[in-house]
Design a protein around this ligand. Structure first.
Ligand SMILES: Cc1cc2nc3c(=O)[nH]c(=O)nc-3n(C[C@H](O)[C@H](O)[C@H](O)COP(=O)(O)O)c2cc1C
Length: 156
């Protein structure tokens, strides 16, 4: 495993910040031990034209749901739809190794719900979650989960 591919969407920059920091961390880990994979990032936006993903990839999905009143959950996805459409296009979902969710725990049961919905819709594992921009510890934990899930995916 030389590198891990990540597709993501980021409306306010938290997911982008987390992933750029994780990319730097992965580079450091790779320079210590070359068996540690580096990370390739691809940001999907509303302007992205769907393309075939040749290689296995992870999706990093922040949560933006409309509705929900604290008692009942809102389920209507907004802002992040271009990423879901990209994965749903052609047979891209077959290359989806797993989904990482981010959100804000103030949303209670709606925390990371979009990523959990993607995992179910695309039949891929929900491999990790973190809040907002994530901590240094989150970077290390999520990177480890990506390595494990990628190794498992390649074996199957
Ligand atoms: C309008 C709005 C709705 C949100 N809805 C949810 C939600 O339902 N569940 C959740 O866990 N986080 C929710 N969040 C928090 C975001 O998912 C979180 O801030 C995330 O880090 C944003 O990532 P980004 O900056 O990469 O776009 C919401 C944030 C906003 C601004």
């Amino acid at each position: 495993m030389t590198s891990i591919n990540v597709l993501y969407i980021s409306i306010e920059g938290n997911t982008r910040s987390f992933l750029k920091r994780m990319q730097t961390y992965a580079n450091q880990m790779n320079s210590i031990d070359s068996s540690n994979p580096t990370i390739n990032l691809k940001e999907v936006t509303a302007q992205t034209i769907p393309a075939h993903e040749e290689e296995p990839f992870f999706a990093f999905v922040p949560t933006y749901l409309d509705g929900g009143d604290g008692l009942t959950s809102g389920y209507t996805e907004m802002m992040t739809n271009p990423l879901g459409e990209y994965i749903a296009d052609g047979d891209n979902a077959a290359n989806l190794i797993g989904v990482v969710g981010s959100g804000n725990k103030n949303f209670n049961e709606q925390y990371c719900l979009t990523a959990r919905m993607y995992a179910e819709a695309f039949d891929a594992p929900f491999v990790a979650n973190y809040e907002l921009r994530g901590t240094s510890q989150d970077l290390e934990v999520v990177y480890g989960r990506l390595k494990d899930a990628a190794a498992k995916f390649n074996k199957e």
